[in-house]
Design a protein around this ligand. Sequence first.
Ligand code: ADP
Ligand code: MG
Length: 495
Amino acid sequence: MYGKLPSLIVPRVADSEVLLPPVAADDVLHNSSLIQQLTVAAKDAALLRGVLMRTKEDPSSTESTSYAPFSLFPSPVPKKLFAQAHEVQQDFNMLVDRISQDSKFLTKALASTIEVDEFTAGLFRIYKQVLEEGITQPINLGINRSDYMFDRGTDHSPSLKQIEINTIAASYAGLAERVPDVHRHVLNFWGKSDEAAKILSNNALKGIAEGIAKACQMYGSSEAVVLFLVEKVTRNIFDQRCLEMELWNKNIRVIRRQTLDIYERGALDDEKRLFVDGYEVAVVYFRTGYNPEDYHDEVCWDARLLIERSKAIKCPDIATQLVGTKKVQQEIARSGVVEKYFSECPKSAERIRATFVGLYSIDEGPEGDEIITKAIEDPEGFVLKPQREGGGNNIFGEELKQLLGNIKDGPKRSAYILMERIKPQTVKNYLLHPGSALKLSECVVELGVFGVYISKCRKMIMNESPGHLLRTKSREFADGGVSAGVAVLDTPYLT
Ligand code: ADP
Ligand code: MG
């Protein structure tokens, strides 16, 4: 198709330590005529396959849309680490579930944070209140995503290291399931059908839909609906629509409502069943509720409390959301904690711990003082994290040094934790963002693995790891996800 095809190379650590996408030699990446043609084909394939996002310019319009940002080539991912990430996911599901039911641990872990972080304190107040009133729904549905980078280590053998686990609104399963077809098409179009055939399918979305469907069934009322709690403006709506469609196809009715709608038109009956606009709600699936702005009006907190008090199955409940905070992540990493939750299965604890990097409390006291001093001396070696989700909140490098200097002598520092900085391998790729010029970038990839579980009275009824999400961003951005306009959707090409 393009005369002599460029030679096929196996991804390897190049002299510069930058990996190349599978099947693309360096000269191919600079062949602008070829790249142009592949890009046009790729963008149309993305539109055809439904890898979509509403536009920045007109995010609420149902008339205009574009492709969701994605990479031109799939990125190499070590097979061994991909398998490791899937293998440990069921352990993480269990860990999250167990900790969500350990009020003593959660209360102690968050004690210093809620003194200084008003948002976490707001969530915690609701948690305490529902705990005091008594649990109304013994069934938990968890849909999470554990995110990793491949730390390049000192000996060029990459290892799987966890960034965080998202226990609320873990997104992009819908679109991620559609990207493999786009990458297959790119490779086929280029004449690389053997490589195209090796691109993995991704069943994240189906697994998540099955989890919600099973929870509905366990709730036990055939008329009850699934409520998607959503933001007013959702550019990433198609990702949500994918899941809605899966549920509708299973004869499950989905309604979409905002938090204010719940305040205005939601109510509990005598049995604490949640009704919204006359619909009984079996499952509340949160795609909002993790940022201070999501509670812009005081009554949003009342709405959240109403949901938490109800008999509806919450995905997640407030306790599970708190398990996903950076502070709890850091407390979990303390020596002996994971091991305590897996006393019957030390192998699970080992698998989990193998993915941890250093996580440090910077609460006032000698332990915090010591690590703050270290981080100020070596700011590139750490990430400073507040209790926020959604990308763009972490502090790196010079800014980290300055901020730590400013907060180190007061209680405010308890709002943050320090994390060892992962140094990932980089890979070359073209990142396609609507409206942006085509540019070859040196990128880092982040692998997320979805977990879906249902527990009832502490017993696991379902525990799955149905699929994954690969996101890639240019290495010049230390932070920022797909929604923030920084990262793009990608597909792992196992090597
Ligand atoms: P958020 O809840 O905002 O998504 P994350 O903990 O996932 O917060 O961090 C956001 C981004 O910051 C990650 O996607 C990654 O790019 C970067 N990051 C976070 N922790 C580390 C780390 N320990 N080392 C290197 N980069 C990190
Ligand atoms: Mg993240």
